[in-house]
Ligand binder design. Structure first.
Ligand code: 2X7
Ligand code: FE2
Length: 296
């Protein structure tokens, strides 16, 4: 008998700016302030997730990009420094994290049996990507839970969004079945921004909020359309719209993170909770949770 289940999912964007602005002891640069709406929203998400007493976070990140199949961290402990290649001035973060290797292996095994190309990443010196770190840090700043970290297989670039979505649906089934069999209470994190067109220059003071705004109205309209659909519980429509949204909003949904999350949660038809929406260097970011009514 098993009581394993997905107790929540979260759209958990990963701009490193949010960690920079929070000034946690793990990050070397320090800031005065910045992006408060998103950070305060994340605090409320973290509180709601903590109340569900999860055993594990399962995160899919666009910044661990694998072109041959989907990869899973497969070493029990990683500790090193992660530096954002584009924003090394903001994110130089000392991480120390545990991996739920048995659960990762169980997902990998099922995904492989479903026909996906997969690989366990067994290199103990591998540097964990900043998307995984930022989403996990902001959702669970205590770092007291093990994680399962899943790469983004770049099927959108290699083929197209439709192929990516088919693959993510298979990965989602594997994830759900493995969680059920594991007996764990799992939280899924789709680590991604919505619209993702960002500025090409940075202000002298990165946290100067007088310079922060969405890149353009077109991107904003797309973000609002998606957020409203998720708030109405129309997640199947969101998946149907994903090819158009991904292209028009230049979205990080090309990673498959949101498709995977919605499919693994069996396409929530209940309203998602919106904690915050805000721009970071012009990109659109929503912090949202999907908590099944029976868990709430
Ligand atoms: O990776 C990111 C992102 N997705 C959004 C905004 C800023 C920086 O990094
Ligand atoms: Fe990103």
């Amino acid at each position: 008998m098993s009581t394993g289940r997905i107790v929540a999912g979260a759209l958990a964007p990963h701009p490193p700016h949010l960690v920079y602005a929070d000034n946690p002891p793990q990050n070397e640069p320090t800031s005065e302030c910045g992006w408060e709406m998103l950070r305060w929203g994340y605090e409320r998400l973290a509180k709601d997730i903590a109340a569900l007493e999860p055993d594990v976070l399962i995160v899919l990140s666009p910044h661990w990009q694998t072109y041959i199949g989907t990869h899973f961290l497969g070493v029990p402990h990683f500790a090193s420094k992660s530096v954002d290649p584009v924003f090394p001035n903001l994110f130089r973060y000392h991480y120390d994290l545990k991996v739920d290797v048995p659960l990762a292996e169980a997902i990998e095994e099922r995904a492989r049996a479903a026909g996906l190309v997969t690989k366990m990443m067994r290199n103990p010196d591998f540097r964990v990507d900043y998307g995984t770190i930022v989403s996990c840090h902001l959702t669970r700043p205590q770092w007291d839970l093990p994680i399962v970290s899943i790469s983004s297989c770049r099927a959108t670039s290699y083929y197209n969004v439709d192929v990516m979505q088919e693959q993510q649906m298979a990965l989602a089934r594997a994830t759900r079945e493995a969680v059920v069999a594991s007996g764990r209470r799992a939280v899924l994190l789709a680590s991604e921004s919505l619209s993702h067109r960002h500025f090409v220059t940075e202000s002298a003071v990165p946290e100067d909020m007088s310079n922060e705004h969405i890149t353009n109205h077109h991107q904003y309209l797309w973000d609002m359309k998606l957020v409203e659909m998720l708030r109405r519980g129309e997640s199947r429509r969101v998946v149907d719209l994903m090819p158009e949204f991904t292209e028009q909003a230049v979205s990080e949904s090309d990673s498959g993170a949101l498709t995977w999350l919605l499919a693994a949660m069996d396409y929530p038809d209940y309203p998602a909770e919106l904690y915050a929406y805000g721009s970071v260097i012009g990109t659109g970011n929503a912090v949202m949770s999907f908590i099944p009514p029976e868990e709430a």
